[in-house]
Design a protein around this ligand. Sequence first.
Ligand code: ZN
Length: 224
Amino acid sequence: MEDFAKTYSQMTDGELLQLSEECDGIIPDARIALMQELYKRANESPQTNKGKSGVSVVVPRRSYGIIFPQMCPGCLRTDIVNDVNFNSLSHRHFRFTHTRHDYLSIKIPHCDQCAKIVAHRRKQSTIYMVLVAICSFGLGIWKDWNNLVPVILLLVLSLPAVWYSRVVESVDVGDYNEEFIEFCFKNSVYADAFKSVNGLTKADVAAERKSLFLEAYNQISRPR
Ligand SMILES: [Zn+2]
């Protein structure tokens, strides 16, 4: 029970909300710990951002879309010329024949220099991952390993590549649904500008977050 409480308390807002959507059939202890954490987050003051460094902002999805400030999220320069793509957390949908992953891809304007750095690192880490995959599975076939060994090797060896590309990215797109999208910005000046151009006051951001967590809490506390 304490283990579940500890695990959930270390998750980001987005991870916790996504978990609450996928929690059918989890054991009672885990469900209770999850409910407690959701209730706690609904009632704590905003900006206590768990897990990741940066400012997390939940924006309502409006008909005219989300507006990004006229500055680079990486260096705050105002000559923004390039869009960089960011993918949200994905949602799994189980079908009889296959599993579908849905996610949002959002274009965020950057300055030329930051856009190039991000693109370059992502490309390098993709090349590295492909090479690691070929080597892991090649070695697996050569040494006649169990299939699981190359998969574990690949997972472990891919961690540095994930870090290498993520460390230069200043935006993280978290969870989403029809009503909201969650962003995490490394730079608090950019985060404030983002809230301001989207017409969000501090109270709006707090209220939005509270309602998300209360909704998730009500959803999983309902007897089924
Ligand atoms: Zn920049």
